[in-house]
Design a protein around this ligand. Structure first.
Ligand code: DGL
Length: 270
């Protein structure tokens, strides 16, 4: 198969990366997507960097073996601690990640002075966002906070549950007190919580969701590399997971706002 006809590989630890898939499908409707969610091993964000690196390498080897033409790391935790491993395992396949596009979108927000980054413990403890934003815009103040309970709440489908709002208030009230003007959703699960997060931080704070920005970067890259799919028939998407929790299919359809083909299952690791 022509390289341009191959799918875009998008991967995450679970369902969170589907927020990126949705943006990619909207921006690049003629492209095929191969989504990989490591549902058997989610959450990643509470695991050590060494473990996240090993998992990331295994996923990239799988997707490269499936012939993807571009890889999108739709997981900030992997982007934060495993960027080098991912690019090494990707070989010739170009790689985009949500952390870089998230940092760029944050500093590009008009009038930005103080940015808060929320993410998993792995992402926040790595300091990757704070470091990258400081490189891009040294005058911007950055505060960060890990919100480890958000991922299980999203995986449970409790995206607008009162418990989620209560947890969000616990996490975010101290950030609001810092006078933030931008809140970076530094975990691909968090865009699902947008309405609760807006209620808590207020309409005056701009929420940065890197899914749209990474989809835009993918469109630019494919055009620049001559890798846009030329076929006019509708693309076939694939969804691969390492475990099929009962709610995956329904949750995924809700995230993508479309019906999903059969989800494939693969075994990974030991
Ligand atoms: N969605 C992932 C991220 O962007 C991680 C979620 C997790 O597995 O903890 O960080």
């Amino acid at each position: 198969m022509e390289q341009s006809a191959q799918p875009i590989g998008v991967f995450d630890s679970g369902v969170g990366g589907l927020t990126v898939v949705r943006a990619v499908m909207e921006r690049l409707p003629n492209e095929a997507v191969l989504y990989f969610g490591d549902t058997a091993r989610v959450p990643y964000g509470v695991k050590s960097a060494a473990t996240i690196r090993r998992y990331a390498r295994e996923i990239v080897e799988f997707l490269v073996g499936e012939g993807v033409k571009l890889l999108i790391v739709a997981c900030n935790s992997m982007a934060a601690v495993a960027g080098e491993e991912i690019r090494r395992a990707a070989g010739e396949v170009p790689v985009l990640d949500v952390l870089e596009t998230g940092a760029q979108a944050a500093v590009a927000t008009p009038g930005v002075r103080t940015v808060a980054v929320i993410g998993t413990s792995a992402t926040v403890e790595s300091g990757a966002y704070v470091h990258r934003i400081a490189q891009l815009a040294p005058e911007v103040r950055v505060v960060a906070r890990a919100c480890p309970l958000f991922v299980p709440l999203v995986e449970e489908g409790w995206v607008d549950h009162p418990v989620t709002e209560w947890v969000a208030r616990e996490y975010l009230t101290p950030l609001v007190a810092e006078g933030i003007d931008v809140l970076v959703l530094g975990c691909t699960h968090y865009p699902l919580l947008k309405s609760v997060l807006t209620q808590v931080v207020g309409e005056g704070v701009t929420l940065v969701d890197s899914a749209v920005a990474v989809a835009e970067a993918a469109a630019r890259l494919l055009a620049a590399e001559g890798l846009e799919r030329q076929i006019s028939t509708a693309p076939t998407h694939r969804f691969v997971v390492t475990d099929q929790p009962p709610r995956f299919h329904a949750l995924a359809e809700r995230f993508l706002a479309r019906s999903l083909p059969k989800v494939e299952w693969v075994k990974m690791g030991d």
